[in-house]
Design a protein around this ligand. Structure first.
Ligand code: NAP
Ligand code: ZN
Ligand code: ZN
Length: 351
């Protein structure tokens, strides 16, 4: 075991503060990573504040992790010391169920082991996430990052990136399709970049007029203000695919109206109840579908990173020292993010 510095939440209300944790010594399949950068996902806020229940404290959040490999176990083949490596939301799964066998570890029937606020599969120890100096992870759950990408802006790809890439691929989004991305934060801005790179015509659907000014830079062809009822009405039945990243329960009815016949809206944001109720007629009229998606499997995560290298896609980031993490959480709550906060872990040494 080795002691490393981190930042932790100790309950659902108080600020995150410096905290010392232990990391296991690497086993034959493990990779020890010195964390350079960690993205702040809205899930970190939900989890530390116990919005979904089940929070266990102390909790070290962070599941958008990138850094350099410090040490590899003797059976690790895909990474060497010095490589850039990334870790996302999962660090283990059963590897035997039908989901794991089909490279869908995120849907493991025995429950994936999450990067934090989860129990290790073979011990009673809790997992601790990326707001820390180092992490030790089984190599199946570590992704090799091409050197050509800007490492500062790579961390968010391991959650915001894969969560948006996976459903766009599953529904074969591409040329000739009109795609809408709802909610322009960490997930949403990655959704726009991927949909554009896949050849679709992309609309950002936002509550923030100001963010609309970034449309071109992000790759969006159009902006639709979701607070403007008449613009929404004009856009009825015009979208082939919608990706909904709104982090809280909300009214789905106006968005379903935007879909063409036989098309799909994929929910990736809200885990909690969606209110007011969805009218059944919304789905029947036009035979529309709503489905959900959770991150992506490890093979697809490697595919996504390689796609990013090929298309030079990274996240738009605002860097901050770990000491500012609590302010960043407060800003997430007011949609004040352009478009992902990333912690420079070098700042932890001064904590
Ligand atoms: P984020 O950076 O905070 O962005 C969310 C955006 O949604 C906001 O910037 C805002 O965009 C819009 N929004 C927020 N509240 C809204 C409201 N009440 N009504 C309408 N729009 C609203 O969050 P994120 O990190 O992208 O995460 C989004 C959600 O996805 C979170 O709930 C997170 O837990 C979840 N998540 C799910 C997965 C998965 O595997 N399914 C993975 C990662 C995260 P505008 O300013 O453009 O309106
Ligand atoms: Zn996340
Ligand atoms: Zn499994």
């Amino acid at each position: 075991m080795s002691k490393v510095r981190s930042y932790a939440a100790h309950d659902a209300q108080s600020a995150l503060v410096p905290f010392e944790i232990e990391r296991r010594d690497p086993g034959p399949h493990d990779v020890r990573i010195e964390i350079s950068y960690a993205g702040i996902c809205h899930t970190d806020l939900h989890q530390t504040r116990n919005h979904w229940g089940g929070a266990q404290y102390p909790m070290v959040p962070g599941h958008e992790i990138v850094g350099r490999v410090l040490e590899v176990g003797r059976q690790v083949e895909k990474l060497d010391v010095g490589d850039i490596a990334g870790v996302g939301c999962m660090v283990d799964s059963c590897r035997e169920c039908s989901a794991c066998s089909e490279d869908l570890e995120q849907c493991c029937e025995h429950g994936a082991t999450w990067t934090y606020n989860s129990k290790e599969r073979h011990s009673e120890r809790m997992t601790y996430g990326g707001y820390s100096e180092q992490i030790v992870v089984d190599d199946r759950f570590v992704v090799k990052v091409p050197e050509s990408l800007d490492i500062k802006a790579v961390a968010p790809l391991f959650c915001a990136g894969i969560t948006t890439y996976s459903p766009l691929r599953r529904f074969r989004v591409g040329k000739g399709q009109r795609v809408g991305v709802i909610g322009l934060g960490g997930l949403g801005h990655m959704g726009i970049k991927f949909a554009k790179a896949l050849g679709a015509e992309v609309t950002m659907i936002t509550t923030s007029i100001e963010k609309g000014k970034d449309a071109q830079r992000l790759g969006a062809d159009e902006v639709l203000l979701s607070t403007d009822g008449s613009s929404l009405a004009k856009a009825a039945r015009s979208f082939d695919f919608l990706l909904d990243t709104i982090p809280v329960g909300h009214d789905l009815n106006p968005y379903v109206k935007l879909l063409k016949r036989d098309r799909t809206l994929v929910l990736v944001g809200a885990l909690t109840a969606l209110e007011p109720p969805l009218l059944g007629g919304m789905l029947m009229d036009g035979r529309k579908s709503i489905t959900g998606s959770s991150i992506g499997g490890m093979a697809e995560t490697q595919e996504m990173i390689d796609f990013c290298a090929e298309h030079q896609i990274v996240s738009d980031v605002e860097m901050l020292p770990i000491q500012n993490v609590n302010e960043a959480y407060a800003r997430l709550l007011t949609n004040d993010v352009r478009y992902r906060f990333v912690i420079d872990m070098a700042s932890l040494k001064a904590a």
